[in-house]
Design a protein around this ligand. Structure first.
Ligand SMILES: [Zn+2]
Length: 176
């Protein structure tokens, strides 16, 4: 059986990676987009960047099963970023236990980070939330959250990566 090698040129030894200068390395997929930035990749590039589960949620609007994600019962202090583009989306300070099995927040970390889209799928009218930078599907926002906003941003763990705050030693991923 022939292996299809044609589309995978043997550039096995790429030139030595340039040392990362100065600032943060190796957690977010790319440099962090600013508010208002737009991250657009081809479908192929998203497939290459994301795991199948993350691709399904972020790019196809999928929903992980309740209580199966990494963050529904996660209480470390830090920042939750978009798993697609690295944009900061939610803070642990706004996270609460909704009991739904998905990580839930009362608001986005910053104005302009999360965009709302009317969603009439599945015979319901809901408000979908997407990453404002890369349009990745995050989840939905519901008007039944606690103070101070009364909102519940219900998010798939698969849409998120977690950045522990400095001084915390609770990170479980982002290790090489
Ligand atoms: Zn994003």
């Amino acid at each position: 059986m022939l292996i299809v090698a044609a589309c995978n040129p043997a550039n096995s030894q790429v030139a030595p990676a340039t040392p990362v200068e100065g600032d943060s390395s190796s957690t977010a997929p790319t440099e962090t987009p600013s508010v208002g930035d737009s991250v657009e990749l081809s479908d192929e590039a998203w497939h290459a960047r994301l795991t199948p589960e993350r691709y399904h949620v972020l790019r196809e609007g999928g929903t992980e099963r309740a209580f199966t994600g990494a963050f529904h019962d996660h209480h470390a202090s830090g920042l939750y970023r978009c798993a697609g583009c690295g944009a900061p989306l939610f803070s642990s300070a706004d996270k609460f236990d909704s009991g739904t099995g998905w990580p839930s927040y009362t608001r986005a970390v910053e104005e302009g980070r999360v965009r709302e889209v009317r969603d009439e799928s599945h015979g319901m009218v809901r408000t979908e939330i997407v990453c404002a930078a890369c349009d990745g599907h995050l989840g939905h926002v519901f008007p039944d959250g606690p103070a101070p906003t009364g909102l519940r941003y219900c998010v798939n763990s698969a849409s998120l990566v977690f950045d522990a705050q400095e001084g915390e030693t609770t990170d479980t991923e982002n290790q090489p």
